[in-house]
Design a protein around this ligand. Structure first.
Ligand SMILES: *Cc1c(COP(=O)(O)O)cnc(C)c1O
Length: 403
């Protein structure tokens, strides 16, 4: 924890001038490559968070950096008032990768979710025939879908929700993982079910096998859209393109973000059925930067990396190793481990430490990860990580829990 003064003086600037809507670990990163970051004092750390899965391909993946550089040297922004030579190709390649028919490009995950909500409501009125202004969307307890006013309207996390009202109506909350509750909540006005296939911010919560097949069936029977928020779970994090793929279930719409921009630029999208996204006509929705050439060029690079299946395979194989190693810590400060692929929610024993204390101890060991809620550590290393690096991090966690 050597501090020559630079770390604390930079943090002091953040504190004085930046809004205090985050509580970062006290480490100031100035360089990164692959699974490793370096702080302003030259100390190296293994990244075990990956920017909440925005860095699935590691920091500055050479192919993505090259795609960004080449695009920036040629054309950065046209606005959608004109065509550009990257947009159509990106949409085609992303649709092909995801087995979907149409792509709506946005910038951030929250915007993708907002867009999916707007599209589902519009579809409900114009196609399904729901009475004007009465569409309902079924959501889950402990959800996280972003930070806009509409999205926090249906968050049950008081920290994310409280004092941002008046809130957007039209959302019905059911317990996550309870398919019967979804079925019971469906009525004539239901437009969609919107949920995370695996809940990330809630602590990497995986529903029981069969849940998603049941929800899919209930949606199909009642002409209700299934919207899978794969902003965090998608794009190889769990070992497949979509976390839902593990369940053999297809959604009508998927939201994507985070890793879609390769950790370089914000890129998000809604992908899915053409007859649903097709309700949008010119002027009815948009974004100045959504689908801009730099986003499309980097997004095309991401699609190309995913096409080989190499990252999905790494996540499956190394994820099995990570979970096996974390399992060895159970009873030694670890109460429970959940997750899939290179993604784990680790609950710290009540008697041991808080997530924040363990994150701090891990930082001292040269491993960066972050707690979510009081007692859960979320581990999501870049998919370029090696087996030895995983061992290094889990050994460090073992020491951190004892420290
Ligand atoms: C991070 C996240 C979002 C929001 O993405 P932003 O880019 O931060 O707006 C939405 N849904 C899920 C599941 C997420 O994990």
């Amino acid at each position: 924890m050597a501090d020559n003064g630079r770390t604390s003086s930079i943090i002091a600037l953040d504190e004085q001038w930046g809004a205090h809507n985050y509580h970062p670990l006290p480490v100031v990163i100035s360089e990164a490559e692959g699974a490793w970051v370096t702080d302003v004092d030259g100390k190296r750390y293994l990244d075990f968070l990956s920017g909440y899965s925005a860095l699935n391909f590691g920091h500055r993946h050479p192919a993505l950096v090259q795609a960004a550089h080449e695009q920036i040297d040629r054309l950065t922004l046209t606005s959608r008032a004109f065509h550009n030579d990257q947009f159509g190709a990106f949409c085609e390649e992303l649709a092909e990768l995801t087995g979907t028919e149409m792509v709506l490009t946005m910038n951030t995950g929250a915007e993708a979710v907002e867009s999916a909500i707007k599209v589902a409501r519009k579809w409900a009125y114009e196609v399904k025939g729901v009475a004007f202004d009465s569409a309902e969307i079924i959501v889950a307890t402990n959800n996280f879908h972003g930070r806009t006013t509409t999205i926090v309207s249906f968050s049950d996390d008081p920290v994310a929700h409280d004092n941002y009202g008046p809130f957007t109506p039209g959302f019905v909350t059911v317990p996550y993982g309870d398919a019967q509750a979804v079925r019971d909540a469906i009525g004539p006005n239901t437009a969609a079910v919107l949920m995370e296939p695996i809940q990330g911010e809630a602590g990497v919560v995986v529903p029981s096998p069969g849940f998603w097949a049941d929800v899919r069936e209930a949606c199909t029977e009642n002409d209700v859209l299934l919207i899978a928020d794969e902003v965090q779970s998608g794009l190889a994090r769990t070992g497949e393109i979509f976390a839902l793929d593990h369940e053999g279930v297809r959604a009508d719409l998927y939201t994507l973000g985070k890793a879609l921009g390769g950790g370089i630029v914000p890129v998000a999208a809604v992908v899915g059925r053409a007859d649903v996204l097709g309700v949008l006509k010119p002027g009815q929705h948009g974004s100045t930067f959504g689908g801009y050439p730099v986003a499309c060029a980097v997004g095309r690079g991401v699609v190309e990396l995913l096409r080989t299946g190499e990252f999905q395979e790494r996540s499956r194989e190394l994820g099995a190793h990570l979970h096996e190693r974390l399992g060895e810590l159970s009873g030694q400060g670890v109460a429970e481990v959940r997750g899939r692929g290179l993604w784990a929610g680790v609950d710290i024993d009540l008697l041991a430490k808080t997530g924040r204390e363990v994150s701090m101890a891990l930082r001292d060991e040269g491993v960066l990860c972050k707690e979510t809620h009081e007692r859960t550590l979320r581990m999501a290393p870049p998919l370029v990580i090696t087996r030895d690096e995983i061992d290094h991090a889990v050994d460090a966690l073992g020491r951190a829990l004892k420290a």
